[in-house]
Design a protein around this ligand. Structure first.
Ligand code: ADP
Length: 659
């Protein structure tokens, strides 16, 4: 077996490959760009090599840099992951000439499948069904158009060199053809420096079903069943599952055998995926073959119990396939949801930013999270904005679906906009539960999957106010009544008052401490309603008993912005006027810092006349802001600190004379 493998990739797939390599006792080398200096894949690998600037064109896409890194570290094999150089014949060639094993298919196989039309020509020779269409060399407008006219509209124009849904256009009638062709060609030119097109019959309700194949250098080939990847936005997959719902064993076998024929037709070795369109009448058509490990490979691993990266390493090492077709079987059902930093309400535009808060669902035999990031990491604009893949397994589709819903609810992210709520709406939809899948699913169900969720704001406001009080109480160490966070007032009930903003609206919450000793029982008034609550804070979670009903919320904080994750919603709230109750509002001489912190803002100047309740100074401590307010009318006679100063708990902040 190899001693050392270099992973020519980043993010979750680099981490995924490292895990298996480690388990097999193989040393690992990571490569990284400027932006990835502190990335998880670098931390996980035994060694790492810096390969250039953040832009992929200057690092992850430069064949020479990858090869040199492998030579320098003495790696005997390169795993390319997916994307980047994974289907690049030059990298595979360079590996061969430098005596490094490329963990992927032979150069000729990559080349054969690199062009969609050349691939189709090969497939037609081995009886793999193709979508009716034209995939010839003659690119004259008239030739392409008459091919389209003959097969009848709608048709689909596809860039021969295309990928990732780029360079593709639907054409619904003859008079649209010319302009659609122009657009597709220019998009293809921009993305692939090539504008050769093919024309296909456009199927209006197909499913995307693909077969995982594996071949070794000894002539063996197997299929590891299928994945349904019909849930796509912008022709890109977002949810995948295995097996494909409703597929009969006969269909599975026919499709699987066609896929193995396709692979063997090009003397394939290693992991590959043969993609088919699966039509409503059960017929299927070859679309393309991906000569690498796919993003969605974990659903296959979940139903077969096989580790596909281990298979890749063994096959690349010259071993025979670990199992024969007869030894392979599948059990249960698996889903994968791709968690992206993107905005579904803004045409799925990628987003970037810092993952201020990242809580993955707990992993188990049934729940797996493949990720390359940790809390505090940056989702940079340089690369694919995938944050993680959430994979679940169940005995059947319905159990897997329930597990996915539960796990998604426990996926909590704050800092960048994600597609989590959008994914939840898909998994919660009736159409998905009934497996009414086709590639137009999102468009067809747009009312349901884009609708805004109704939220119970009062419950989030209650939980957040309790969080603010209890987290401060937990962190406050001083015995001074001003520091205890229990809103101590001489001869007064203990009140905490908060003002939160939710979008444009403003909400007031008053929390009354009912019990000074245990500090756990409160009366909370939110907007017009009041309830009795007992609450506890555990890490980031508030567990509350509200009118004998138990509720849980997780709170993520960034400055005075909060994201509250309750059982049925995620709500963003901003603390606009902090807890007066916890602020220092005693008489003259009592204006002391309640805890160590920083003066954020002076709201008055020395000599200012103020009225009771006026805000004087804002302090930030433990990520929360405290406003110091005047308890009575008077004059600020001295201010001892400037904005930006650090103060210690107990420091006198200003002097005050009551009028
Ligand atoms: P790319 O390589 O750019 O991903 P594919 O050829 O794999 O392009 O197609 C991507 C997606 O486009 C498919 O999953 C399917 O949803 C849709 N598609 C492709 N060909 C057709 C077709 N002939 N009819 C209908 N939909 C198609």
């Amino acid at each position: 077996m190899f001693k050392k493998v270099l992973i020519a990739n980043r993010g979750e797939i680099a981490c995924r490959v490292i895990k298996t390599a480690k388990a097999m006792g193989i040393q690992t080398v990571a490569v990284f760009s400027d932006a990835d200096r502190d990335a998880l894949h670098v931390k996980m690998a035994d060694e790492s090599v810096h390969i250039g600037a953040s832009a992929a064109q200057e690092s992850y896409l430069v064949v020479d840099k990858i090869i040199n890194a492998a030579i320098k570290t003495g790696a005997d094999a390169i795993h390319p992951g997916y994307g980047f150089l994974s289907e690049n014949a030059t990298l595979a060639e360079q590996c061969v000439s430098n005596n490094i094993v490329f963990i992927g298919p032979p150069v000729a196989a990559i080349k054969a499948m690199g062009s969609k039309s050349a691939a189709k020509n090969i497939m037609s020779k081995v009886d793999v069904p193709l979508v009716p269409g034209y995939h010839g060399d003659n690119q004259d407008l008239q030739v392409l158009k008459s091919a389209a006219d003959e097969m009848g509209y709608p048709v689909l124009l596809k860039a021969v060199a295309g990928g990732g849904g780029k360079g593709m256009r639907q054409v619904w009638s003859a008079d649209e053809f010319e302009s659609a062709l122009k657009q597709a060609k220019s998009e293809s030119m921009a993305s692939f420096a090539d504008d050769v097109m093919l024309v296909e019959k456009y199927l209006t309700q197909p499913r995307h079903v693909e077969i995982q194949v594996f071949c070794d250098a000894h002539g063996n080939g197997v299929y590891l069943f299928e994945r349904d990847c019909s849930i796509q936005r912008r022709h890109q997959k977002v949810i995948e599952e295995a097996p494909a719902p409703g597929m009969s064993d006969e269909q599975r076998q026919a499709m699987g055998e066609a896929a193995v024929r396709a692979a063997q037709a090009i003397d394939y070795e290693g992991a590959g995926t043969v993609e088919f369109l699966f039509d409503t009448d059960g017929s299927f058509y070859f679309m393309e073959m991906n000569t690498r490990l796919q993003v969605e490979h974990p659903v296959t691993e979940m139903i077969t119990g096989e580790d596909l990266v281990e298979w890749q390493l063994r096959v690349a090492n010259g071993e025979s396939l670990p199992k024969t077709q007869q030894q392979l079987s599948h059990t249960g059902h698996a889903f994968e949801a791709r968690i992206y930093a993107e905005d579904p309400d803004n045409d799925f535009l990628p987003t970037s930013g810092t993952l201020e808060f990242l809580q993955n669902p707990p992993e188990s035999n049934n729940v797996r999270v493949d990720t390359g990031v940790q809390q505090g990491d940056e989702i940079s604009p340089y690369y694919d904005p995938m944050i993680a893949k959430l994979i679940v397994w169940g005995e059947d589709r319905s159990q897997a679906l329930t597990r996915m819903q539960a796990a998604l609810q426990e996926f909590r992210i704050f800092g960048v906009t994600t597609n989590i709520a959008f994914l939840q709406k898909i998994f919660n939809s009736q159409a998905f539960a009934q497996a009414k899948l086709d590639t137009g699913f999102i468009e067809k169900n747009k009312d349901e999957v884009f609708k805004s969720t109704e939220i119970n704001l009062d419950s989030s406001l209650t939980m957040l106010a309790l969080y603010c009080i209890l987290s401060r109480r937990q962190e406050a160490k001083s015995d001074n009544p001003w520091h205890s966070g229990n809103a101590f007032r001489m001869n007064q009930p203990n009140h905490h008052r908060f003002q939160f903003e939710h979008g444009e609206s403003i909400h007031h919450v008053v929390v009354e401490d009912l019990d000074k000793d245990s500090n756990n029982n409160f009366r909370v008034s939110v907007n017009e309603t009041t309830c009795n609550v007992s609450a506890q804070l555990k890490n980031d979670s508030i567990i509350a008993e509200i009118n004998r009903h138990s509720e849980k919320a997780v709170v993520a904080v960034s400055n005075s912005n909060f994201r509250v994750f309750t059982e049925d919603a995620t709500v963003d709230l901003n603390l606009s006027l902090p807890d007066y109750g916890d602020s220092v509002s005693g008489g003259a001489g009592d204006f002391c810092a309640p805890m160590n912190g920083t003066v954020v803002e002076l709201l008055v100047e020395k000599g200012a006349s103020v009225s009771a309740g006026d805000a004087l100074l804002v302090l930030e401590a433990m990520k929360m802001q405290n406003t110091i307010v005047a308890s009575e009318d008077g004059t600020v006679t001295e201010i001892f600190f400037s904005s930006g100063d650090l103060v210690s708990g107990g420091d006198e902040l200003l002097s005050f004379e009551a009028s």
